[in-house]
Design a protein around this ligand. Structure first.
Ligand code: GLN
Length: 490
């Protein structure tokens, strides 16, 4: 019998429809895999009993011919999406015992389409990080090992989701991307990761980090699978004031479309950026050749503001985070320090010192500083202006091209020995992903190459609301890349 966990979503749906397998078998196989790979620490909370109950419902749906788009497909849910009656921690001690009484729109949309959640996946605390090493629940390991046989980091902040999909503990998973947290972990684990246009997926019920940047995204093992999951997750939601009132595109068959009529922009000026490894530049050139061979026209473009994207993001994101995280005060919900306090301030201080980890505290400090009177104009307002100029750069480029291609990350996955590097070094991981985040554009990572046994990912950025072409270009790279992105031993 085929190893059920190795199937892609489309293959599984086909077998389910033909009654060759049942949802219960598919879910059970994944639960076994979760036990076998528990050393990766990809799940914070497992909801396997509930998953088996839901699998029975899916089996009934197939029997009655009433199956939905993702009927019976087992997935992982980043522990940042509130799930009714199921613990939602955002990777923080602050929310260690938080059990929401409502469901996020994205997790609801996926469930309404018949997918089955296996558990809540590990993540950097409050989605701040690039290596999944800031989680209160411990590091998450990448199934991909380096040359010395040590596990690398799975990327961050959605490291649990990327590791779960790469190690066959889920057929797909949700993530959130504020500055790259879907695309970078996808690149580090040899999976596909897409974040749609800002506003496409509702932020209702997502634990907030930086509200003007936060966007839900999807991990899968093929472009086709990612397109299907994304289609199910997106949609206008009156419960989110920044949700876009636009029709959800029909993404069916997008991975078979030709790119021969397309113009792809290459921001050559970014090739000179600091810290890009030779293998990343090679992958970039190879990918250009692949798209050419598929008939696309390659056009050199410039994104001159991209070099300011990183510092701009690290002003805006902490500013918004400091405001969003002010709600964790020990009064409303979440952790509260024990003790006999003589003042409210004392209780706040103890609660927040205990509840937040180092990186989160650093961001709150930076954010509070850049928003303080006297500095707001110098930092925050200036950053907002640069953000606008970044968008202008993209708008200029999109007058000439249909999509833009650049790497997802400046290197392959690194080891845990980098854990104590200076935080600014860690921030450099986002150098290629942040420009699209600041501009709110759809972007995705697709595995495109391999270096020293580790996968590398290419990034495609599209016009606002043009997820279709982004997926189309990624599928074209996928077609031209003859590499098996299965980590050794899995
Ligand atoms: N690595 C970036 C950060 O730490 C991005 C995180 C994200 O997209 N959630 O802020």
């Amino acid at each position: 019998m085929t190893n059920l966990v190795k199937l892609n979503i489309f293959e599984a749906l086909d077998l389910l429809k033909k009654s060759e397998i049942t949802a219960t078998e598919l879910v059970s196989a994944h639960i076994k895999q979760m036990a076998a790979c528990s050393n990766l620490n990809a799940y914070i909370t497992e909801t396997t009993d509930l998953a088996l109950e839901n699998a029975k419902i899916s089996d009934q749906k197939y029997l009655s011919g009433k199956q939905r788009k993702l009927e019976g497909i087992p997935i992982g849910m980043k522990d940042l999406f509130c799930t009714n009656n199921i613990k939602t921690t955002a990777g923080s001690k602050m929310l260690e015992n938080f059990i929401p009484t409502y469901e996020s729109t994205v997790s609801q949309n996926l469930a309404d389409n018949g997918s089955i959640t296996l558990g809540k996946t590990n993540m950097d605390e409050f989605a701040m990080g690039s290596a999944n090493i800031t989680s209160h629940f411990g590091d998450c390991l990448n199934p991909w090992k380096d040359e010395s046989g040590n596990h690398t980091v799975p990327g961050g902040s959605s490291g649990g989701s990327s590791a779960a999909v790469a190690s066959f503990m889920a057929m797909g998973a949700t993530g959130s991307d504020t500055g790259g947290s879907v695309r970078q972990p996808a690149a580090f684990t040899g999976t596909v990761g897409i974040k749609p246009t800002y506003g496409r997926c509702s932020r209702y019920g997502m634990v907030a980090f930086a509200s003007s940047l936060d966007q839900a995204g999807i991990f899968a093992r093929s472009v086709e699978d990612a397109a299907l999951m994304l289609e199910c997750a997106m949609g206008f939601d009156p419960k989110d004031s920044t949700s876009i009132k636009a029709e959800v595109p029909n993404l069916k068959g997008v991975s078979n479309q030709s790119v021969s009529n397309m113009k792809i922009g290459i921001p050559r000026d970014m090739m000179q950026m600091e810290g890009i490894s030779a293998e990343i530049l090679n992958m970039w050139e190879e990918s250009i050749d692949k798209l050419r061979s598929e008939g696309a026209e390659i056009v050199d473009i410039r994104l001159p503001m991209a070099k300011y994207a990183l510092p701009t993001y690290y002003v805006i994101a902490p500013a918004e985070a400091s405001s969003n995280l002010a709600r964790y005060d020990g009064v409303r919900y979440g952790h509260r320090a024990a003790g006999n306090f003589t003042s409210l301030d004392e209780m706040y201080e103890a609660t927040r010192s205990e509840g937040f980890g180092e990186e989160v505290k650093r961001r709150i400090m930076i954010g509070t500083y850049v928003l303080s009177s006297g500095f707001k104009d110098a930092y925050y307002r200036k950053a907002q202006k640069i953000r606008r100029l970044m968008l202008n750069n993209f708008n200029e480029a999109f007058k000439e091209v249909d999509s833009i291609m650049l790497p997802s990350a400046p290197s392959a996955a690194f080891g845990f020995d980098q854990k104590d590097v200076d935080p600014v070094q860690m921030y450099l991981n986002d150098i290629f992903t942040i420009p699209a985040s600041l501009a709110g554009l759809p972007a995705m990572s697709v595995p495109a190459s391999m270096h020293k046994g580790l996968p590398l990912g290419m990034q495609i950025v599209g016009r606002a609301l043009d997820e279709y072409n982004v997926l189309k270009v990624a599928a074209s790279i996928e077609r031209c890349t003859n590499i098996d992105f299965t980590p050794k031993g899995y």
